[in-house]
Design a protein around this ligand. Structure first.
Ligand code: ZN
Length: 132
């Protein structure tokens, strides 16, 4: 029975989420946003590996952003982040013990917890220094 479900389960070509089984037989995306993003990527001719890594980074960013909400920093259990699909192998920048994901940053607080904060200002300052 499980095999049958797997055979019929379809995934969004953009974000890889399982598509609702009630969707049209020929549905390829979970929503208009995903269809547009997929077509934009194809239009700009990004290498498939770039698209793959972007997807991981975007997911990481969303997990960090959801944890932070409107706070300046939070502590989150590493295990919880992993359960949400966070990948600690991918980041946009690393400095000292900090890892950045675009404008957000995180570091190990202890063996179990991760500190998450906003790193945008320091990135911008550095960028401005090099680009004056
Ligand atoms: Zn999607």
């Amino acid at each position: 029975m499980n095999e049958e479900i797997q055979l019929t389960e379809r995934h969004c070509l953009n974000c890889d989420k399982a598509l609702d089984s009630k969707m049209r037989r020929d549905a390829k995306f979970c929503n208009t946003y995903c269809r547009t993003e997929f077509n934009n990527k194809r239009r700009y001719g990004l290498h498939p590996d770039v698209v793959k890594v972007d997807k991981i980074l975007h997911r990481n960013f969303e997990i960090l952003e959801a944890a932070l909400k409107d706070k300046e920093y939070v502590y989150v259990k590493k295990e919880k982040m992993l359960r949400q699909g966070f990948s600690f192998d991918y980041y946009t920048q690393a400095k000292n013990e900090y890892h950045y994901c675009y404008t957000l940053c995180y570091k190990s607080s202890d063996a179990e917890k991760i500190w998450i904060g906003r790193g945008f200002n320091s990135i911008v300052k550095k960028y401005d220094q090099y680009n004056q």
